[in-house]
Write a protein that binds this ligand. Structure first.
Ligand code: ZN
Length: 492
């Protein structure tokens, strides 16, 4: 609201009430949605890590024009269609490691609260009834436009939709829509109908968090008109209504254009995670500060997958080393430089996350500790270091903790490595057996001193994103960033 960074002070010390606008359930979610819910999941996890008791409310818009239209197309009951897509959304959130919110209210279960709030707004003379519709009167709310910085005149000038001449002001918006033929409806004091979109969030946030609460969030596209209208409604229903902090995340763009359903330039989460691991998608999304735009491309996902592979491989290598040293007595002390490294990591991570959730800086803070771990694991000098296992164990423990706060800590790291390898093979259209055959072919060529041929195989694989690693025990492979990638997001 102030357009400035502010110190976070919750209304009740130690407790946070957070409401995030949810999806309209008529289709699969795209990665613009993934960005919103990953952003607020990181905030939710970080607040919990800071020992706040958080009540996180995220709604489902399960009553809406788009749902009704889609259901009619498919000859399905609108509520059963939306319930189906609520389930699909839950699966997407689980893939992306987003924690379930404390409450997930649905519009269809909150008609009483919605109708009560509309009554209140009418009683306070901030709305009017025409033929069974109820409209909010923006002229009754002088602060209208404060969040978005828009003035009512701007709206009128930019009006592209036909203006309903029954409205007192073209910017007035529907709180209740009277039922049309063949549409689902609920009884109300103004006749059968259903709520307008905006009122649901005012009513459901008040139902679970009260009229005043700490954080209200959503995508940047919701600032106007959705959140502006929410403020107007909530204040009209209860003059004490107040939101502590508004938080909005930036768009996902494709070729510098906003990804959206209406522009038809979107990728669903399902499409993307066929070829890239969901945690790589999550890593890509939090690799940019939440308020900045983020440009989607396969190259960026290749880079994110590669980075994630390196982090998880490092953790797995440590676990393997611990396994080999299992049963050895570990000392209860750490070298000074290890202690310093862990302290610095902790401080860098906490300070960047506390500074308006600077996730890219938080992610960067684990780079140096990972390099030190790899030195301890793989270099001659590192392997001789005193208290090596103790150092590795303490550093890995801290890194896993921090990854957990970002939602990047799976229960089984080696399983995710395997899944990352599978996705890489899927991207290049090879089975593991086909790849192993190529590796054998190269090994034979090398034995026969056909170095041109063996080089050609190695380079060919590197170009499509497969690196070969030779050691005395044989040749292994890992996924990497393809050499010949181009920005071809639209090719997917
Ligand atoms: Zn909302």
């Amino acid at each position: 609201m102030t357009k400035e960074k502010e110190l976070f002070r919750p209304r009740v010390p130690g407790r946070v009430g957070m409401y995030v606008c949810g999806v309209t359930t008529y289709d699969l979610s795209h990665i613009g949605h993934a960005r919103v819910y990953v952003t607020f999941d990181v905030l939710y996890r970080f607040l919990k890590h800071q020992k706040y008791d958080v009540c996180y409310v995220r709604n489902f818009t399960d009553v809406d024009d788009k749902i009704i239209a889609r259901a009619n197309e498919l000859g399905e009951d609108p509520l059963s269609l939306s319930s189906r897509y609520c389930d699909e959304f839950h699966s997407d959130m689980a893939y992306l490691q987003c924690l379930p919110p404390s409450v997930e209210p649905r519009v269809s279960n909150h008609m009483n609260q919605i109708i009560d709030m509309i009554k209140q707004i009418l009683d306070n003379d901030c709305a009017y009834i025409i033929d069974g519709d109820v409209y909010f009167s923006v002229d009754k709310f002088p602060a209208y436009g404060r969040l978005s910085g828009r003035k009512l005149e701007d709206n009128r000038a930019g009006e592209r939709v036909a203006v309903d001449s029954r409205k007192q002001n073209p910017a007035d918006f529907a709180l209740w829509k009277s039922a049309k033929d063949g549409e689902p409806y609920w009884e109300s004091p103004w006749g059968p109908g259903r709520p307008g979109w905006h009122i649901e969030c005012s009513a459901m946030s008040a139902a679970y968090l009260g009229h005043s609460f700490d954080i209200h969030g959503g995508g940047m596209d919701l600032v106007f008109p959705h959140h502006e209208n929410e403020i107007a409604q909530s204040c009209a229903a209860c003059s004490k209504s107040n939101i502590g902090y508004w938080i909005h995340n930036g768009f996902v763009t494709v070729n510098e254009e906003k990804m959206s359903k209406s522009l038809k330039n979107f990728f669903t989460i399902r499409e993307v995670i066929e070829l890239y691991h969901p945690l790589a998608l999550r890593f890509f999304l939090i690799g940019t500060h939440y308020r900045s735009p983020i440009n989607y491309s396969m190259t960026q996902l290749d880079i994110a997958s590669d980075r994630l592979y390196y982090i998880y491989q490092t953790i797995c290598d440590c676990e393997e080393t611990f396994h080999q040293h299992h049963g050895n007595d570990l000392k209860d002390s750490l070298p000074q430089d290890t202690l310093q490294c862990i302290q610095k990591l902790h401080l860098d991570f906490e300070s960047s996350m506390s500074d308006d959730l600077h996730t890219p800086v938080a992610l960067a803070s684990i780079s140096e500790p990972l390099r030190i771990i790899n030195d301890l694991l793989h270099t001659r000098k590192g392997r001789k270091q005193e208290l090596r296992i103790e150092s590795l164990s303490a550093m890995v423990k801290e890194i896993k903790n921090l990854l957990g706060i970002l939602g990047l800590a799976p229960s089984n790291y080696s399983e995710v490595l395997q899944q990352l390898r599978e996705r890489a093979l899927r991207r290049v259209g090879l089975t593991e057996d086909e790849l192993l055959l190529k590796i054998d072919e190269r090994t034979t060529a090398r034995k026969n001193k056909q170095y041109d041929k063996s080089d050609e195989i190695r380079k060919g694989l590197a170009a499509i994103g497969i690196t070969l690693m030779d050691s005395h025990t044989g040749t292994t492979w890992k996924p990497t960033i393809p050499h010949d990638v181009h920005e071809h997001a639209s090719a997917m």
